[in-house]
Design a protein around this ligand. Sequence first.
Ligand SMILES: Cc1ncc(C[n+]2csc(CCOP(=O)(O)OP(=O)(O)O)c2C)c(N)n1
Length: 289
Amino acid sequence: MCSGCAAPIIVRQALKSIRGPTVVVNATGCLEVATTIYPYTSWRVPWIHVAFENAAAVASGIEAAFKALTKRGCLKEKIDIIAFGGDGGTFDIGIQALSGALERGHDFVYICYDNEAYMNTGIQRSGSTPHGAATTTSPAGTVIPGKPEWKKDIVGIAAAHGIEFVATASPAYWSDYIAKVRRAIEVDGPAFIHVIQPCILGWRFNSNEAIKIARLAVQTRFFPIYHVEKGQYKLDIKIPKPLPVEEYLKPQGRFRHLFTPEFKGEIEKIQAWVDANWARICQLAGEKI
Ligand SMILES: Cc1ncc(C[n+]2csc(CCOP(=O)(O)OP(=O)(O)O)c2C)c(N)n1
């Protein structure tokens, strides 16, 4: 991986909570490419690489096969399945497979590590890229101020399937995250976890700052930490005194242009989005803002 990348931290933290034999399914992306260079592997669990679009479909197939083997008495143990996908593999190209798997109720955990663009192929914008971020396909200039659209509500989409457990997490709040992965594994049916993953290359910050940025995302309320259990939203990390969103944007090169006079209004728009999103989640969770 790039030095200082948060993705391996996110995986190591997740795998601290496994309870028994576990199969990992990994969509194409930085995590897959960088951890499995032939003839080596960084994985000490059974691991399968699948295409950009079908991690959830493959996880469904594995679960169905284990079920069939158990029924025939060929398998005694419960084997857990965790799928990892990037935001491109989850918000965009993999969403159909993910929706199908959630709707059919397959028993697996899907973890989206969200670096907010297609980083493995050269920083193209995704449905998860936040408004105002410069990427190779949403370059900031005279035409647009970075990406014009806003980030997709993947948690709302996952929760709308009526599954038992959906959550957000940040590697900076590791105990919250590890507990959530364990909860997701224990759920009898599908569970979805959305983890923010600061990216040295695409977000353009110093290689020792990934966890700091992952913490700032939470402390500015840019990335709220909450979960939805049986349809009930709950705010897990309350931020009574949020930092202004500039504190999160400033260390990142992808937002550098927003600090020029030309784009000043964009930061206000982003702050308004953050405030409205926080208010929406607080309302869903029955919290005071
Ligand atoms: C059908 C298809 N289209 C395009 C690609 C090329 N491709 C491979 S990985 C990738 C981007 C992955 O982005 P993301 O899921 O966000 O993961 P990251 O690389 O950021 O970890 C793309 C476009 C592909 N493998 N398959």
